[in-house]
Design a protein around this ligand. Structure first.
Ligand code: NAD
Length: 352
């Protein structure tokens, strides 16, 4: 039994979704739909599907950009924007994880051109209007509808080569979006339903993929779950879990997705007593204690489950707690509460 339906607001995002194995070959048709013909292709040098994009676009690929780094360093964003301007591009095709999508957003913000995003991880950035650059004197973050990708092309074949060390944490990143949506004040019953279904398909597909990375059906399950999770993220935004991940990334340089697989179980355990609707929606997949079940899932598939292993130091966690204290959250996130949570995550080899 779920909670009674309250009044709510919801806006449908104007993003076209193209989903299915092999559909990357249709990227040229998506450019034509947008009435564009001079693409900047952002992809790492070894991106899966790079050859397919090159063949599909032909001379409509006006510029190919390979320099990508996590959290979009401002100097890379500025150089990429200058190159795109010089090449006269009228559309950006990004092929890669959240870092490639993030760079596409930084360029799109300046040039006001549409993005066709082809995600190859489960990060979810492709479904949000949120952008950010880091470093230098001109750090910018914000939300702007002009950077929300107009087309997202999900081709699960591109994820078959995603290493286990990225697959597991990236799936936890997607699950973090689901839990944030399940307790967000901006949440609504539509988003709660799809977030819960995302938890179902992510938790059932992940162990299969970790055993057999080439299982295309399970890979499609993970990517469909990531699509649902990203939709939830785009509708409700982030909360405490993401603030902690960003503070750990910013202060200690930890890899974004890795922090989710370590911290998410503790944030879910913290909030569970205050959000019975969340617990009842995920109970079929995670039982009565979803925080513990997430920790056990991470342990079962061999993910790191303590911040010490990721490279955090105990002393630095005081600063992280100070950064995120008082973030709106179902259970008040006092500095002491967050510090205690981080302590558990730091020593997280046993669930306690
Ligand atoms: P990432 O894009 O840095 O990718 C992680 C690693 O996986 C990289 O080394 C990449 O080259 C590799 N990789 C990606 N796809 C691959 C594939 N199919 N096969 C083999 N290797 C592959 O990391 P991420 O976790 O996807 O994204 C994290 C970034 O996204 C962070 O900067 C985070 O802040 C941002 N993000 C932004 C939003 C938003 O709404 N703006 C949402 C979620 C995440």
């Amino acid at each position: 039994m779920t909670a009674p339906v309250r009044s709510f607001d919801h806006e449908f995002a104007p993003t076209r979704i193209v989903f299915g194995p092999g559909r990357l070959a249709e990227v040229g048709e998506e450019l034509a739909r947008l009435d564009t013909s001079r693409a900047m292709v952002i992809m790492s040098g070894h991106a899966p599907g790079g050859d397919t994009v090159t063949a599909a676009l032909g001379d409509r690929a006006a510029l190919t950009w390979h320099e990508i780094a996590q959290h979009v360093p401002v100097d890379i964003a500025e150089r990429a924007t200058a190159a795109a301007r010089d090449a006269g591009v009228d559309v950006i095709v990004s092929l890669g994880g959240g870092s490639a999508t993030g760079l596409a957003k930084a360029v799109a913000l300046e040039l006001e051109v549409p993005i066709v995003a082809v995600p190859t991880t489960y990060a979810g950035s492709e479904l949000t209007p949120v952008y950010g650059t880091t470093g230098g004197q001109r750090k910018r973050t914000g939300s702007d509808e002009r950077v929300r990708p107009r087309v997202v092309l999900y081709d699960p074949e591109l994820t078959v080569c995603l290493p286990a060390a990225v697959t597991g944490p990236s799936t936890f990143n997607a699950m973090a979006h689901c839990f944030a949506a399940l307790w967000a004040s901006a949440g609504n019953p539509l988003i709660a339903a799809l977030a819960a279904d995302a938890v179902r398909i992510l938790t059932t597909s992940l162990p299969v993929v970790m055993r057999n990375p080439a299982d295309l059906d399970a890979r499609a399950g993970l990517q469909y779950g990531a699509f649902l999770a990203g939709t939830a993220l785009g509708a409700t935004g982030t909360g405490l879990q993401h603030r902690i991940s960003h503070a750990l990334g910013g202060r200690l340089g930890l890899v974004h997705a890795d922090t989710h697989s370590v911290v998410l179980p503790y944030v879910v355990a913290l909030n569970a007593p205050a959000v019975p609707d969340m617990v009842s929606r995920v109970r079929p997949y995670l039982g009565d204690d979803p925080g513990r079940a997430l920790w056990e899932l991470a342990a079962r598939i061999g993910l790191p489950h303590d911040l010490a292993t990721l490279g955090a130091t105990d002393e630095a966690l005081d600063g992280v707690a100070a950064d995120v204290a008082d973030t709106p959250n179902p259970v008040p996130a006092s500095r002491d509460t967050i510090r205690a949570l981080l302590d558990r995550a730091y020593r997280g080899r046993e669930w306690r």
